[in-house]
Design a protein around this ligand. Structure first.
Ligand code: GTP
Ligand code: MG
Length: 195
């Protein structure tokens, strides 16, 4: 995928603030610190499109980016970070929920899970929720360079198996910021869906 244009549209917390753009959207969601900003930056070949940080919980709003004037990437706030107040956690949940339930342009959700860990209760809840809403989604297993090469394919297989009763799960892929091959694979998965 050749990136010819990346444009930041807006940050939003409420549906009334979502951009009017009618382009199809691919939304990225996952536990805080899972590597979401890193994946987004890698996909669009920018160093700092979505802020990456070693301090979890930095991205608090929904950020919209227009890619090649063809579709939008949507960066949803990270969930499950323990060191925030309960109120704040609830507000993030509402923000994500509002987007996923109401956004007509939403075409695909990319759910990120750290390849080293089992899906958390929130990852499983999210998948169940996407399934019940009839939202197509894919899973990207991040930080694949942190496990042995042979363990990567096995983990992909396990996660496919774990969610095999989720008919709206389109694919599972691994990703590492250190491997451009995985960047291409994730792009192909997204483009295959957009058709
Ligand atoms: P929040 O926005 O804070 O929720 O985090 P995030 O999900 O956007 O994660 P981010 O991309 O900021 O990455 C978190 C940390 O993991 C950073 O220190 C990254 O450098 C590191 N990281 C992300 N992806 C990879 C990867 O593929 N391999 C390795 N080794 N480290 C990674
Ligand atoms: Mg981030």
């Amino acid at each position: 995928m050749k990136i010819t244009g990346v444009e930041f549209l807006t940050s939003a917390a409420l549906p009334s603030q979502f951009p009017g753009s009618n382009l199809r959207e691919i939304a990225f969601v996952g536990r805080s610190n899972v590597g979401k900003s890193s994946l987004l930056n890698s996909l669009v070949n920018r160093k700092n499109l979505a802020r990456t940080s070693s301090t979890p919980g930095k991205t608090r709003q929904i950020n919209f980016f227009r890619i090649n004037e063809r579709f939008n990437f949507v960066d949803l706030p990270g969930y499950g970070y323990a060191k925030v107040s309960k109120d704040e956690r609830e507000s993030w949940r509402r923000t994500i929920e509002a987007y996923i339930t109401t956004r007509k342009q939403l075409s695909l959700v990319v759910s990120l899970i750290d390849i080293r860990h089992d899906p958390t209760a929130l990852d499983i809840e999210l998948a169940g929720w996407l399934e019940s809403l009839g939202r197509d989604f894919v899973i990207v297993l991040t930080k694949a360079d942190k496990v042995k090469k042979g363990a990567v394919a096995e983990r992909v297989r396990q996660v496919r198996e774990m969610f095999s009763d989720h008919g709206h799960l389109r694919d599972v892929q691994w990703f590492s910021i250190k491997t451009s091959e995985s960047r291409v694979a994730v792009w192909n998965m997204i483009l295959a869906h957009l058709g």
